[in-house]
Design a binder for this molecule. Structure first.
Ligand code: NOJ
Length: 556
């Protein structure tokens, strides 16, 4: 793979790559993450479904791009109604993805490639096909009767996807609670045996060498112990001084104080195995996020995945505010996570109207900010959403909604059929984009694969893929980009965002032009050009000249 690195000054290329060893910050505070949706990555056995041996075959590719950490969406045993986010055995593998031996091989091979590997842990709920739930639902007196949340009468809580989360079970003549879909019953963490069982499941994988977990729906782990209704209206809660702190998020089914404690306990479990990552999927902003991080003591999860960023606006003002807020609320040693695509919301490329130039600029921003960058498979080649009709939806959310409801479409350009953004990885321009040899793949391949595919982009010196590869290398090799502080440089021309990264005597300045017009920015000193998107982006006698959607990274 040819590197687009001729512009990177050797001056600042530090060969000491394991940066954090020196500043005592854990490795996961500044890593770059590549998220894989296993079902769609690479099918090694021709059944139309991606699998673990397929991922192992592609480790060279991921390594060559320069990502430091891989996060895998779930591949445990599951009836696959929510494609793995409904687990029926936490310590076994779904047969379509491989075996336990394959999982071990994947962990070991990833390490041999010098990368870390993080699994997805769905601790809030199991599948309704999990033996624990089958037992729990069988009677009110069985040994697992209170492993889930049961009530004689539903209260007024609603599930996270609207509508009640209470579902009737005739065997018990009671209702069980499900924060998400009805086939995903919530576990009852007020029973210590449940917590032990789930922590043991984590230990099982930590002992196999996994470098940590992404934690699904971590806001919901505990519910109000008395299952009380959410009595206060939002406005009343906002007015009340005691509850002001968590005003939009105090609901009996979310953000209970015990859940913040749970985050610390799980951190301790991980710490007993060494330096392991915990990345929480947390809905909410400061101060709830801060609680998940462990508050002042910073002894909680360590990292929080910010869902709101997935609906970013593409302009300098938005990104400037985003950085300013994160730096204010989560200054070092806290570490923000920058994420613009995942398996739940529209791909960034779709939001960028399939414009590669915009995507390049977005990733210069993402890979030069302070903290962790998290990218979704295919984002490196500019994969976009495929509009799959709701009537064909395999995604249970797509099946439930059948179309985007008006309240949502008025707020965002969003899809509720997540199949659109989970289509197979586009490897090359052969049949099925090189993903599978099967006649039929589990989801259709996006027909744009003839142009948008990894093999083509590796050979195209102007491709997004080579851009991202170069940026990942720049990030990895420059300690200041990995670990340095970040300070916004105010008073930029309209549409321009600029910031400084600093570490000891190293300083890097990043200047990004989000507008469609060329811009000029004054800069004192005689900085070295480390990186530029376009040939026309240049520094000349105290002025940085940026083309439309141009960017420069300059070292001092
Ligand atoms: C959040 C996950 O990201 C999503 O894919 C899943 O459907 C729900 N949690 C339920 O586990």
């Amino acid at each position: 793979m040819r590197l687009k690195l001729c512009l990177i000054s050797a001056l600042l290329l530090s060969l000491a790559i394991s940066a954090n060893a020196q500043n005592n910050e854990p490795w996961y505070h500044s890593t770059t993450i590549y998220q894989i949706y296993p079902r769609s990555y690479y099918d090694s056995n021709g059944d139309g479904i991606g699998d673990l041996p397929g991922i192992i075959q592609k480790l060279d590719y991921i390594k060559s791009l320069g990502y430091e950490t891989i996060w895998l969406s779930p591949f445990y045993k599951s009836p696959q109604v929510d494609f793995g986010y409904d687990i029926s055995d936490y310590t076994d593998i779904a047969p379509e993805y491989g075996t336990l031996a394959d999982a071990q091989k994947l962990i070991d091979e990833t390490h041999k490639h010098g990368m870390k590997i993080v699994f997805d842990m769905v601790m809030n709920h199991t599948s309704d096909q999990h033996p624990w739930f089958k037992e729990s639902m069988s009677s009110r007196t069985n040994p697992k009767a209170d492993w889930y949340i049961w009530a004689d009468k539903p209260n007024h809580w609603s599930s996270q996807i609207r509508g009640t989360g209470w579902h009737y079970c005739k065997e018990r003549n009671q209702y069980f609670w499900a924060s998400f879909l009805p086939f995903q019953p919530d576990l009852n963490y007020r029973n210590p045996a449940v917590k032990k069982a789930m922590f043991d499941a984590c230990r099982f994988w930590l002992a196999k060498g996994v470098d940590g977990f992404r934690l699904d729906m971590i806001n919901s782990i505990y519910k109000d112990s008395l299952l009380r209704n959410n009595t206060a209206s939002r406005r009343a809660v906002a007015r009340s001084p005691e509850t002001k702190k968590y005003r939009s998020t105090i609901k009996g089914s979310l953000n209970q104080p015990e859940t913040f404690e749970f985050a610390k306990e799980l951190r301790a479990v991980c710490d007993s195995f060494g330096d392991r990552m915990l990345l929480g999927e947390v809905y909410g902003t400061h101060p709830v996020v801060k609680e998940f991080l462990g508050g002042q003591k910073n002894n909680g999860l360590g990292l929080v995945f910010n869902f709101e960023m997935l609906r970013f606006h593409y302009n300098a003002k938005y990104f400037s505010k985003l950085v300013a807020n994160l730096e204010k609320d989560f200054p070092a040693p806290y570490s923000p996570v920058y994420v613009f695509s995942n398996h739940d919301r529209r791909r960034s490329m779709k939001r960028l109207k399939d414009d590669m130039a915009r995507a390049k600029l977005l990733h210069v921003f993402q890979l030069t900010t302070r903290g962790v960058s998290c990218m979704y498979y295919g984002e490196e080649i500019g994969m976009s959403d495929l509009q799959i009709p709701y009537k064909d939806a395999l995604d249970p959310i797509g099946q439930k909604y059948k179309k985007v409801p008006r309240w949502l479409s008025e707020l965002f350009d969003e899809t509720l059929n997540r199949d659109d953004l989970r289509t197979p990885m586009q490897w090359d321009n052969s049949a099925n984009a090189g993903f599978s040899t099967s006649a039929k793949t589990w989801l259709p391949v996006n027909p744009n694969y003839m142009q948008i595919n990894a093999k083509t982009e590796v050979k195209d010196e102007n491709s997004l893929l080579l851009e991202i590869q170069a940026l990942l290398l720049l990030h990895k090799r420059n300690k200041v980009l990995h670990d340095g502080s970040l300070e916004l440089i105010p008073k930029q021309p309209h549409g321009v965002l600029a910031y400084k990264r600093k570490l000891n005597d190293q300083e890097v300045i990043v200047i990004l032009n989000f507008s469609k017009k060329p811009k000029e920015v004054k800069l004192s000193g005689t900085p070295n050009s480390l990186y530029q998107i376009h040939k026309t982006d240049k520094y000349d006698a105290g002025t940085v000249h940026l083309s439309a959607l141009g960017a420069m990274i300059l070292g001092k």
